[in-house]
Design a binder for this molecule. Structure first.
Ligand SMILES: [Zn+2]
Ligand SMILES: [Zn+2]
Length: 236
């Protein structure tokens, strides 16, 4: 049995004993991310267009870049290029530290507020980027789902966990260039129900090239979604 499977069997309570809780940034005891470190984590200075990767006001996809195959905008809280941010996201993603969902959701909300978009998103439905069942089984939880439920709670928005399925087991995107990423994701998702004129906020912990966000936006817009934005804890 692998180490990870052993840890999963131990369950959450035992995990705290195996990994004593301390701040991932400053080492302070009692929390995975203390308030001070949360306040100091490196913010993404300029929101980026997920088509050309250049800065764009309010995170809105540039008029020349936006299409029925792309998101309409994207907001990220932190820059993944920073070592501490990198560490926090990796631990959240791979080490089952669900306690990080709340502070990361707070950071995303601050980023939304900085762009004055909270009111704009009032009628959007939150969709966590789904994991393939095989990967979910291996990992034990979908970190984007945890973020989505925290965000829905704090922003008073509806979240739909069932709308999008991941039907293709894709290789990790980090191994590919931009063109290959697009190809890797082709037909990776499908929809469970009809949508009409709804607006969606896709949620994930990390956005890199934007290929996943744009693939999902393409699918949702093909089914008559009115607008699709991507929000994430980090970009890099
Ligand atoms: Zn700290
Ligand atoms: Zn652009």
């Amino acid at each position: 049995m692998s180490l990870i499977e052993n840890f999963k069997k131990l369950g959450r309570g035992m995990l705290d004993l195996v990994f004593p809780v301390s701040c991932l940034v400053c080492g302070r005891d009692g929390t995975f991310l203390c308030a001070e470190s949360q306040g100091q984590l490196a913010r993404l200075e300029k929101q980026k267009c997920l088509v050309c990767q250049k800065p764009s006001p309010f995170g809105k996809t540039h008029p020349d870049c936006v299409s029925k195959n792309t998101v309409d905008g994207a907001i990220a809280a932190l820059t993944y290029k920073n070592r501490d941010v990198h560490n926090v996201i990796e631990v959240f993603k791979y080490k089952f530290v669900s306690d990080l969902a709340k502070p990361l959701a707070q950071l995303i909300i601050q980023a939304i507020q900085r762009q004055n978009l909270q009111e704009y998103f009032h009628d959007f439905v939150i969709i966590p980027v789904p994991l393939h069942p095989r990967r979910l089984n291996w990992r034990g939880f979908n970190q984007s789902k945890l973020l989505a439920s925290e965000l829905a709670l704090q922003l008073h928005l509806t979240v739909n966990y069932q709308l999008v399925n991941r039907i293709k087991f894709t290789k990790p995107q980090v191994k590919f260039n931009a063109e290959e990423r697009k190809k890797n994701l082709e037909n990776a998702f499908n929809l469970n129900s009809e949508i009409k004129n709804q607006k969606f906020l896709l949620v994930d912990d990390l956005v890199t090239s934007g290929a996943t966000a744009n693939e999902l936006a393409k699918l949702l817009k093909k089914s008559k979604a009115a607008e699709v934005w991507m929000i994430s804890a980090a970009h890099g």
